[in-house]
Write a protein that binds this ligand. Structure first.
Ligand SMILES: C[S@@+](CC[C@H](N)C(=O)[O-])C[C@H]1O[C@@H](n2cnc3c(N)ncnc32)[C@H](O)[C@@H]1O
Length: 208
């Protein structure tokens, strides 16, 4: 379990190269500056930014084979996890979906700053994003599990891996789903919080 900022940074350094770590350092500075202009993340969490945001995002890489792509991140907000993954791994095709205009401008400004050709922001509600098959779908603090699946099932195939950091409600949210959905998913322990879980599964959920 990652318990300190030093451990979180070392964990991230094991998942991407030195150039990526330098870009992430710069991203953290940009995030702190932007957080003065708009409420992207809690100010308190900036003290633990490697643990709470960077490692929390990059740990998702450990759940799929290295080359798995494209990824779809629902409700990217400040950029976790999708933008952080795109900064760390420019070889992955990343699609961010975010409806709030100011956040879309922020996400696009980071993409432009680093010249991330692998990363696209869809600046609209998920409901109006054109359907396209994704190999990984992720979402942190986006919507309750049932709603999340019904809004995004159309982007999945039998091959799609779902990586859904759900914090402390992971087990509870999964237990509230019908058996047909429960049997597709399980909860993995988060590496960054002993009480948090990631809902992980593969396939197309049987959602009407
Ligand atoms: C609580 S924030 C989480 C942001 C980020 N994933 C994180 O963990 O820090 C949820 C984000 O989802 C966006 N959102 C909510 N519903 C959406 C929808 N239907 N389509 C696109 N974005 C949506 C909100 O604008 C917000 O930025």
């Amino acid at each position: 379990m990652i318990a300190t900022e030093e451990e979180a940074r070392a964990f991230c350094a094991g998942l991407c190269d030195a150039d990526a770590i330098a870009r992430l350092e710069r991203f953290i500075v940009m995030l702190a500056e932007e957080n003065e202009r708009q409420n992207l993340i809690s100010g308190k969490s900036l003290e633990f930014v490697w643990q709470r945001h960077i490692a929390d995002s990059l740990q998702l890489l450990t759940h799929v084979p290295r080359e798995t792509s494209p990824w779809l991140d629902l409700g990217s907000g400040a950029g976790m996890p999708g933008l952080v993954l795109a900064i760390a791994r420019p070889d992955l095709e990343m699609h961010l979906v975010e409806s709030r205009k100011k956040r879309v401008v922020w996400l696009q400004s980071v993409i432009d700053h680093f010249g991330l050709k692998n990363c696209t922001v869809h600046g609209s509600r998920l409901e109006s994003v054109e359907t396209s098959p994704m190999r990984v779908i992720t979402a942190r603090a986006f919507a309750p599990l049932g709603k999340l699946l019904s809004l995004s099932a159309r982007f999945s195939t039998q091959e799609t891996v779902w990586l859904l950091p759900k914090g402390r409600s992971a087990g509870q949210e999964l237990s509230e789903q019908p058996e047909s959905v429960r049997s597709m998913f399980h909860v993995e322990q988060s590496a960054t919080d002993p009480q948090a879980g990631i809902v992980v599964g593969q396939g197309r959920p049987p959602i009407r």
